[in-house]
Design a protein around this ligand. Structure first.
Ligand SMILES: Cc1ncc(COP(=O)(O)O)c(C=O)c1O
Length: 405
């Protein structure tokens, strides 16, 4: 059973107790806030922070699920970007959004809600921190293959793996960190049908959804199966603000975002970073102006053009050194800020030894593919390399290879 229509029935008992526990402080604060807006002389003795010593310095606590204008902007942003109303008949509203301390908190809380004591399936080529999130949520991580050896979505194979391993929570992450693999609309339709047929929850990590270089529109799985998919995203990537710690969870079922997560976020962090949310809101409002006019946001166009050029340059440098891209077979890395490359023939050790040797030579850093479930490969971030660093990588690989042969 995994329909978000019955979210309280699928929560583990200990999480449900937190969700259902009476919380007098926020309840009174809500009434008090309303009364003091109506009557500025209303006396507030309920607030747990120091006020009116130096009001210039004050940054007050925010609501657990995020400041209202940001929730409103995110609901509109997601609805416009992914044509939510066209698919589901209704656009998302502020109550369908819960702002979190980065997508990292979003993942930990969702694993706690939907993966506890259950088998949670990660896509082969997974962000390695998922394993920690599933462990904190007391789940059992397993790895599943979405694609066959030709790089086609293998929906029957995925269905078989779900049954064989009794998977109750499936994670998707497209465009993928680490491989850059993306989904087509047909892929999304099939995956959505599968999670509905199996009645399992899908956590769709869509932090890179708009960083896609193949010219296709970005895809979110949420509108394809609103009763079973919870999407998460973040300001860390597209708004260049990882330090702001602003992520968010979207669900077409507001019981999750407005009620369940309100309690869990309050228990976990009290609220996401208010200053960070204000920064993100300003950038999002610029994006919304463009989206409402049917145009692509200028910042996105700029970031995507730069990343796409870096990706092309990196792919050509690596292939010159015998390191071809791996991931979704027969599929170029088409999104994110990463790519995976196979080990070169001139290297006889494994991926960890390759990266250790590169560090030992003080040549360059990268992450061994085994950290992401794809051994014998290496993940390079072109998010962190400008054109001149990619040229330098070329020179250093050349020097290394010449020393070996
Ligand atoms: C796939 C994926 N999900 C989630 C995150 C976490 O992002 P945030 O900075 O919003 O916590 C990252 C960060 O690298 C990521 O690559």
């Amino acid at each position: 059973m995994g329909s978000l229509d019955r979210v309280r029935e699928i929560l583990p008992q200990d999480v449900l107790e937190v969700v259902e526990r009476e919380t007098p402080i926020p309840t009174i604060a809500q009434t008090a806030g309303r009364l003091s807006r109506e009557d500025p002389t209303f006396v507030r003795a309920d607030i747990g922070q120091i006020v009116s010593v130096d009001s210039e310095l004050e940054v007050l606590y925010g609501p657990p699920v995020g400041i209202e204008p940001l929730r409103e902007a995110l609901a509109e942003f997601w609805s416009l970007t992914f044509r939510v109303a066209e698919h589901t008949g209704t656009a998302l509203k502020p109550e369908n959004v819960a702002v979190t301390t980065g997508a990292a908190e979003a993942l930990t809380l969702l694993f706690r809600c939907f993966g506890s004591e259950k088998t949670v399936a990660l896509p082969r080529g997974y962000w390695e921190n998922y394993v920690n999130g599933v462990a904190l949520g007391r789940g059992r991580p397993v790895v599943v293959d979405y694609f066959d050896a030709q790089g086609r979505l293998d929906i029957d194979g995925l269905s078989r793996q779900i049954d064989e391993m009794n998977v109750r929570c499936l994670v998707s992450n497209f465009p993928s960190n680490p491989t850059g693999a993306v989904l087509s609309e047909e892929d999304a339709e099939q995956i959505a049908r599968l999670v509905q047929d199996k009645d399992i929850v899908m956590i769709a990590d869509e932090v890179y959804s708009r960083l896609r270089f193949d010219g296709h529109s970005p895809i979110s799985l949420l509108p394809f199966a609103p009763s079973h998919v919870v999407s998460i995203s973040s300001a860390s990537k597209e708004y260049l603000l990882p330090g702001a710690r602003v992520g968010y969870i979207l669900s077409a079922r507001s019981e999750l975002t407005n009620a369940v997560l309100r309690k869990l976020i309050r228990a976990n962090t009290a609220s996401p970073n208010v200053l960070g949310q204000e920064r993100v809101l300003a950038l999002l409002q610029e994006d919304l102006k463009a989206l409402r006019a049917g145009e692509e946001p200028a910042l996105l166009v700029k970031i995507r053009a730069e990343l796409s050029a870096r990706r092309d340059q990196l792919v050509s440098v690596l292939s010159r050194h015998g390191m071809s891209t791996v991931g979704r077979p027969d599929h170029e890395p088409m999104g994110t800020i990463f790519l995976m490359a196979g080990l070169p023939e001139w290297w006889s050790g494994n991926d960890t030894e390759f990266v250790d040797a590169a560090l030992e030579r003080k040549a360059f850093s990268a992450i061994p593919g085994s950290a992401f479930g794809i051994p014998e490969s290496v993940r390079f971030s072109f998010g962190s390399m400008e054109a001149k660093s990619i040229q330098e990588l070329d020179r250093r690989l050349q020097e290394w290879k010449a020393g070996i042969s």
